[in-house]
Design a binder for this molecule. Structure first.
Ligand code: SIN
Ligand code: FE2
Length: 218
């Protein structure tokens, strides 16, 4: 457990930062939603569609455990990356997207002037110490005019923001509990990733970081 974690989180709540043309961070925007989000995750979403480590098309097991809620969910398997209407683990529809998730995603999108954002998919990522997300683009969505809204919960992470080519220089942005990032338009296809998470403890998520990524897949 680190003391700086507690010092960073909440202190800058409400602070707004802009990166590139259209990458917006609103610090602490999710804080008032945290209890409701955690309740829905624990009582509704995880029991219905458990977190699982998916396999990449090249056969690696992802270090991040994932599940989804909403009409469709992003999955990866030996056959590729795709959006599935049915959870391949349970063969049932994904859990409904809780109203509080939609409210937060829309409030965040509005703050970044993306009006009428209607997410149909929320990917839920759980990072343990050492988990990481390699540089990638989010490009499996049909409608690239919709933004991506990404919510950080629990222990902090370092987000890598790259350019439009994998080898472009990256910048590092610290993301803390409650921070929300919204990006789209000319920055929609930037490469991005998460550095390996450092071991820490957070009162809300204990030894992990959670990330909710809202998208319009279709
Ligand atoms: C992702 O890009 O899929 C996840 C980003 C994050 O965990 O903040
Ligand atoms: Fe992504």
């Amino acid at each position: 457990m680190t003391l700086d974690m507690f010092e960073q989180e909440g202190v800058n709540a409400g602070q707004y930062e802009l990166y590139g043309q259209d990458i917006h961070i609103i610090r602490g925007l999710a804080l008032p939603y945290v209890d409701g989000i955690m309740h829905a995750l624990t009582k509704q979403i995880k029991p219905q569609s458990p977190l699982r480590q998916m396999t990449t098309p090249s056969g690696y097991s992802m270090s991040v455990a994932m599940t989804n809620c909403g009409q469709r969910g992003w999955v990866t398997s030996r056959s590729g990356y795709y959006y599935a209407d049915v959870d391949p683990l349970t063969h049932q529809h994904w859990p409904d997207m809780p109203a509080i998730f939609i409210s937060l995603a829309q409030a965040a999108a509005n703050k970044a002037s993306f009006v009428n954002f209607k997410p149909d998919s929320c990917l839920i990522n759980e990072y343990q110490a050492g988990s990481k997300m390699s540089l990638h683009q989010d490009k499996d969505e049909v409608d690239l005019s919709a933004p991506i809204v990404s919510v950080s919960l629990g222990i902090s992470a370092t987000f890598l923001l790259g350019g439009f080519k994998r080898q472009d220089k990256t910048m590092r942005i610290a993301l803390h509990h409650g921070d929300v990032m919204v990006w789209g338009r000319s920055d929609r296809l930037r490469f991005h990733g998460i550095l390996p998470i450092k071991a820490a403890f957070h009162a809300v998520t204990e030894d992990c970081r959670m990330n909710l990524t809202f998208r319009k897949a279709l």
